[in-house]
Design a protein around this ligand. Structure first.
Ligand code: BGC
Length: 511
């Protein structure tokens, strides 16, 4: 395989087009569509954040839950199991039935799940509700980025997809606030879990009025409908350019359009394997570099760092969630300026440094607890606790603008049209499986090698992630989908083979 580190720039085929100058705030139609689709991200974030708080009260209401940590773990992780299934199946729904129907289905399933949880008479019905909600979140996690990316002008595509990630991190922040707000209300957890149906209902109603993705329509031979949508996004010159590109892409994808792409097809072509490897790898590294460890366990981390008060721990975790959301805004601004690759590399470097700081803080602290000699050297002051908190803050500040949005943005844009749903779904599944693995193993690994050791392991993973991005992830900033497709052809077959291959297909099509 040729490793082409500056892939986009290296190809004469990939010169950015002229007149690509739409700004993030200048196209209200696309922004409105993004925010509506982004409600899927809000549900994703809210649901993953709310359960930790709700669980405290569910335990009070159901003795069976209080007595069994297995039931507690099942309540928490069943949504992730649902999301794994939802993301995998959602990719297929996206390709066959379209992005709009996939969103509507996700909403209905989510609403049912929220209501079931809200009314659950026993923990088992509650677990069923969690499964439904997870299915909805899983479908939404693959649909929203793809729907947004396909409506977005290429020069602001990254920022718009990152807006969906802002809705995720915003949703997490909101869930922490809701957890606090409902503590005094009778029926606490039923409200916390049931209230999520409201944004899903809102999204359902708004989506009814939004169009199907223009790219999906075009690929399904509904060209005039696609044109009507594109006319709302582009002025007349740019409109023709976009339609020409769609026509060219449709020619390329002719064979795959005749039948639906299956999951196995992804592994049959070399360029698809390369693209999927890059996309799924990014998703896995997003999770294995520990973001949800930090999110789920930030109160524990803060307490481990020596701050005993519950209130301070909760407050700090609220700050962590707020920083995560604020950092995502920085990502929205940077992703189409710096590019995905550079942003991910900077982000991972900072994540690496902060993980080392966290690790050292915990290692020093445990030495302090067990070794008086070090104590006398003066290492052991309350300063170590703050050192850990600085590591935590630095981690979020570095992760949020880069490794938070980049994997979602890259996965929404690196696959050819016919594969976009299936591959996006499979790599979102990788994200959810990795998320589950990290959540289920973090505390056991801490028991085995200590907190410091665990963060050192995660730091090691961050080094691998840096190498991975450097080697396998091409820059896709500002490129059209068709230009991105050519990157994979070049990587798979070399630049000459790729261009002669496409002209061959073009000739076949014309003939
Ligand atoms: C990830 C989530 C994570 C969130 C918080 C997202 O990009 O996919 O798993 O909880 O960011 O930063």
């Amino acid at each position: 395989m040729t490793i082409d580190l500056d892939a986009p720039g290296s190809s004469g085929l990939l010169d950015a087009s002229s007149r690509r100058e739409i700004s993030f705030l200048s196209n209200m139609y696309v922004l409105g569509l993004t925010l509506t689709a982004g409600i899927g991200g809000l549900l994703f974030g809210y649901d993953t954040g709310v359960i930790s708080g709700a669980l405290l009260y569910i335990r009070d209401d159901f003795k069976a839950v209080n007595d069994s940590s297995v039931i507690q773990e099942t309540i928490v992780s069943m949504a992730m199991v649902g999301a794994i299934i939802g993301a995998a199946g959602g990719g297929w729904i996206n390709d066959v039935y379209g992005r709009k129907k996939a969103t509507l289905v996700a909403d209905v399933v989510f609403i049912i799940g929220s209501l079931v949880m809200c009314a659950a008479p026993d923990p088992y019905i509650l677990i069923l509700g969690r499964l439904f909600v997870g299915l909805g979140v899983g479908v939404a996690s693959v649909t929203a980025p793809v729907y947004i990316a396909e409506a977005a002008p290429s020069e602001i595509r990254g920022g718009l997809v990152a807006t969906n990630v802002l809705m995720i991190t915003g949703g997490q922040f909101l869930s922490y606030l809701v957890n606090l707000a409902f503590t005094e209300v009778p029926g606490t957890w039923r409200w916390m879990l049931g209230v999520a149906a409201v944004p899903a209902v809102v999204q359902f109603c708004l989506m009814v009025f939004l169009p199907e993705s223009p790219r999906w329509l075009y690929m399904k031979d509904k060209k005039s409908e696609a044109r009507v949508v594109l006319e709302k996004i582009y002025n007349s010159d740019r409109l023709e350019e976009e339609i020409d590109q769609l026509a060219a892409a449709a020619m390329q994808d002719l064979e795959s359009r005749k039948r639906s792409v299956s999951y196995m097809d992804v592994f049959k072509s070399k360029e698809m394997r390369l693209a999927f490897f890059a996309g799924a790898g990014l998703q896995a590294f997003q999770q294995f570099t520990g973001i949800n460890t930090v999110m789920y366990y930030s109160p524990t981390i803060v307490q481990m760092a020596g701050f005993a008060s519950n209130q301070l721990a909760l407050l700090l975790s609220l700050i962590v969630a707020a920083m995560n959301a604020a950092g995502t805004v920085v990502g929205i601004v940077l992703i189409d300026r710096c590019g995905r690759r550079r942003l991910a590399l900077f982000s991972l470097s900072g994540v690496l440094v902060s993980l080392v700081i966290l690790s050292l803080a915990f290692i020093l602290q445990s030495s302090c607890n067990s070794n008086n000699q070090i104590l006398s050297l003066g290492f052991c002051s309350s300063g170590i606790g703050w050192f850990a908190v600085v590591g935590l803050a630095l981690y979020i500040a570095c992760f949020a603008p880069g490794m938070g949005p980049v994997p979602w943005a890259v996965n929404s844009e690196i696959y050819p049209e016919a594969y976009r749903g299936v591959c996006g779904g499979m790599s979102a599944t990788v994200n959810w499986i990795s998320n589950l693995i990290v959540a289920q193993t973090f505390l056991s690994i801490v028991e085995l090698v200590g907190t410091g050791g665990t963060f050192m392991i995660i730091a090691g993973i961050a080094v691998l992630a840096l190498l991975f991005v450097y080697i396998f992830v091409p820059e896709t900033k500002g490129l059209t989908f068709e230009q991105v497709e050519r990157i994979w052809k070049e990587r798979a077959w070399g630049s000459e083979a790729s261009s002669s291959g496409s002209s061959q297909k073009l000739l076949e099509y014309v003939a």
